[in-house]
Design a protein around this ligand. Structure first.
Ligand code: ZN
Length: 106
């Protein structure tokens, strides 16, 4: 039980740091290398703490090149055949979502 409690506390610390790093990466979007570096550290913290990313951050960056996604600047969105298609403008990674009734991640 003791171990479970401490894991919960560390999860909160990890999520706070993830949110802070995401905020920094968006603020420094003009310096793309720095911005990517923040996302890379965010991803490392997520893996180390073994947690799921919060819903509002999960689909906001590229998992291949760690570029934060901003519509029109680093991300292109198209809708085709009932799917939302995200294309990363840096590495060309494509991510597809099926359109459902509740659009939670958009
Ligand atoms: Zn990418």
């Amino acid at each position: 039980m003791k171990q479970k409690k401490s894991k919960y506390i560390y999860d909160n610390i990890a999520i706070d740091r993830i949110r802070y790093l995401y905020k920094l990466s968006i603020e420094n979007i003009d310096n793309i290398d720095l911005s990517r570096r923040y996302i890379f550290i965010l991803w490392k913290i997520k893996n180390k703490a073994r947690i799921r990313l919060p819903d509002d951050i999960r689909n906001k960056f590229c998992k291949r090149c760690y570029t934060p996604w901003i519509i029109g600047k680093t991300l292109r969105i198209r809708i085709r055949k009932g799917r939302i298609i995200y294309s990363c403008l840096y590495c060309g990674k494509v991510k597809r979502f099926i359109i459902r009734k509740n659009l939670k991640n958009i």
